[in-house]
Design a protein around this ligand. Structure first.
Ligand code: ZN
Length: 411
């Protein structure tokens, strides 16, 4: 995707002051003459920014404004313990709200809607992002936060929520509960705005059917405002991204080379307007591709594909790179296989063993044939021989958090 003139101008503007304003980039770009960065090719030679480095700037080393201009902070945790703190100016908060409002509009929402917000509140960006965007739109917000399914369903039926803001795992949990209780006719949901997580078509379809809603995938990450920097449209043709606020690249996660449009790689984002914590070539570790051609919805915003996985989820088995979306792609194409699955990788007697558990409604006697077919298709698609194990629906764990599906037990 070519950098447009507007983006190039904004990037030159950011680069002209970033070393002075941001202690983090002052250090990182030491010895690099940023005034020499004129073209997209120049820009592509700049080093990436990675989350690990942001941790080193704890607590406020990322800030590019005087502290009195910071109106809020958010934080992303992670497994290693040291949090990353992202400062926001008043304008950053407004810009984020404007982007999120644009997402809701693309999903066809308006002031008459009642948005039940189930992602978490607090240091995390999710809940408050869903809320502020909806308030800017003039919709009514029910700020539930996660969990407490009984209360969620009570509010949903009593207040006639029309929109569910949620993670895909929690939407699945709620939809199963609503189906189990047989109360679909008591709920007024018409749309679901679902936070970016890689999820299979089958799971998506099931949630849409059980809730009776149209689903939209919203994308974002705490380091870059939060959720709301892009959303799918009603054509379900990838995610439209707000390229007037951000510049997007897709790179080979191993070599760092920028990939041609259409090829799957790691999404890298540069902020064009962010004041509190501008980021240059930030590695998201999300796997996707830039989609080519125009979207039938007519929106001019460029599109990335639905996130197919994380670069961290990529695991090497017997010399082959595999990631969850590949299993998803194969299993979702099989009639007797349900949406939940789990992949276990073990090292036994000098060999890597890949066991794939999937849920099925089929009776015991049909299962060996289904397992054999799954094994055949996976071998064909991913060139890996797996041990297939069909289990009953409900046997695999559900979670209110992002669900990890590949478990590497080798180390
Ligand atoms: Zn579209």
């Amino acid at each position: 995707m070519r950098m447009n003139d507007y983006q190039a101008e904004k990037i030159r503007g950011v680069l002209s002051t970033i070393k002075d304003k941001s202690p983090f980039y002052g250090e990182k770009f030491k010895g690099i003459d940023l005034s020499g960065v004129r073209t997209q090719e120049d820009f592509e030679r700049l080093p990436f920014t990675d989350k690990e480095e942001l941790r080193g700037a704890y607590p406020l080393g990322l800030s590019a404004v005087p502290e009195r201009e910071i109106v809020r902070i958010h934080s992303s945790s992670g497994t290693t313990g040291v949090p990353v703190i992202i400062p926001y100016t008043k304008k950053d908060v407004e810009d984020w709200g404007t982007m999120f409002e644009r997402c809701y509009r693309m999903a066809g929402l308006g002031p008459d809607d009642i948005v039940q917000v189930t992602p978490g509140y607090g240091l995390w960006t999710a809940g408050i992002g869903f809320q502020y965007g909806a308030e800017k739109l003039g919709a009514m917000v029910i700020p539930m936060g996660p969990g407490n399914t009984d209360k969620q369903i009570k509010m949903m039926t009593d207040l006639h929520s029309t929109v569910l803001g949620s993670t895909s795992s929690y939407a699945l949990l709620l939809s199963e509960e609503i189906k189990k209780r047989g109360i679909k006719d008591k709920i007024s949901l018409r749309k679901g705005v679902i936070g970016s997580e890689r999820w299979g078509d089958k799971m998506r379809q099931r949630i849409a059917d059980d809730l009776g809603v149209e689903l939209y995938d919203i994308y974002g990450l705490t380091e870059i405002y939060g959720p709301g920097i892009g959303i799918s449209c009603s054509y379900e043709n990838g995610i439209h991204m707000w390229d007037d606020y951000l510049y997007f690249e897709v790179v080979d996660p191993r070599t760092g080379e920028v990939l041609p449009d259409g090829q799957v790689g790691e999404l890298v984002i540069t902020t064009l307007l962010k004041e509190g914590a501008p980021l240059i070539r930030y590695r998201t570790h999300d796997l996707t591709r830039i989609m080519t051609g125009d979207c039938p919805c007519g929106a001019r915003y460029p599109r990335i594909d639905i996130i197919t996985g994380r670069t961290d989820d990529m695991v090497k088995v017997r010399g082959t790179n595999i990631f969850p979306a590949q299993f998803d792609g194969v299993l979702s194409g099989m009639e007797d296989v349900e949406s939940e699955y789990q992949v276990m990788i073990d090292h036994l007697e000098g060999k890597d063993i890949v066991t794939v558990f999937f849920e099925t409604k089929a009776p015991e006697k049909k299962r060996p044939a289904i397992e054999k077919e799954a094994m055949r298709r996976l071998k064909e698609a991913i060139s890996i021989t797996v041990v297939p194990k069909a289990v009953n629906v409900g046997d695999l764990p559900r979670s209110e958090k992002k669900t990890n599906r590949i478990f590497d037990n080798r180390y």
